[in-house]
Design a protein around this ligand. Structure first.
Ligand SMILES: [Zn+2]
Length: 202
């Protein structure tokens, strides 16, 4: 064992959508001594001086194994071990540089950066995971709004205007249902707008 020590790896220039995710940059790992034979080290992420995550790694010349604990609010801690393949390419001016192969099934894309949600993925795979998660939330908001519109006796369709108070319904009930409907309608509209905007660029 030798090579890499413990280092702090930061990524600059990450876009807004990836800003909340931990980023592994292969060039920084290499600067830290990884991939020169077998080595071990740690990557830590900090935000305003506070540690936001830590991953231990073992590197070989063509592999990187990550070990870390994943924390999701309200869920038990999960120990994760992830294997990532590393490939080398010749540089134009001589020398070689390493690349991660995205570990997601069916992807395998050559990338310099991987982003950590539960596991580390390329930017495009992360975008798809993020989009499908948001899509689920948006669909639920649409269904909630539609159910409330039904209770209010309004026309279906969150883009249709509001109706009035149904005959015989108490005002307090009406105001509450109307307010709830507006809340889910807004949530759904924001989700739909985001879906149209969210296109990972590579
Ligand atoms: Zn990928």
């Amino acid at each position: 064992m030798g090579g890499a020590g413990s280092g702090r790896v930061r990524c600059s220039g990450s876009k807004a959508e990836t800003g909340d995710y931990r980023c592994l940059d292969i060039r920084m790992l290499r600067r830290d001594g990884a991939f020169e034979g077998e080595g071990a080290g740690k990557v830590r992420w900090r935000r305003r001086g506070v540690c936001r995550g830590e991953v231990a790694y073992l590197s070989g010349t063509e592999s990187l194994t990550l070990g870390y604990t994943y924390r999701r609010a309200g869920a038990p801690l999960e120990d994760i071990v992830q294997h990532i393949r590393v490939e080398w390419s010749e540089c134009y001016l001589g020398g070689k540089r390493p690349w991660f192969l995205c570990p997601e099934d069916g992807c395998g894309k050559r990338v310099a950066k991987l982003y950590g949600a539960r596991v580390f993925l390329c930017r495009q795979c992360l975008g798809l995971t993020y989009a499908s998660q948001r899509e689920g939330e948006t669909d639920r908001a649409v269904r909630r709004a539609e159910r409330l519109r039904e209770q209010l006796g309004w026309h279906t369709g969150i883009l249709t205007g509001d109706g009035g108070k149904p005959k015989g319904m108490h005002f307090t009930t009406f105001f509450r249902l109307r307010q709830e409907q507006e809340y889910y309608r807004q949530k759904a509209l924001v989700g739909l707008a985001e879906k149209m905007k969210f296109l990972p660029d590579h």
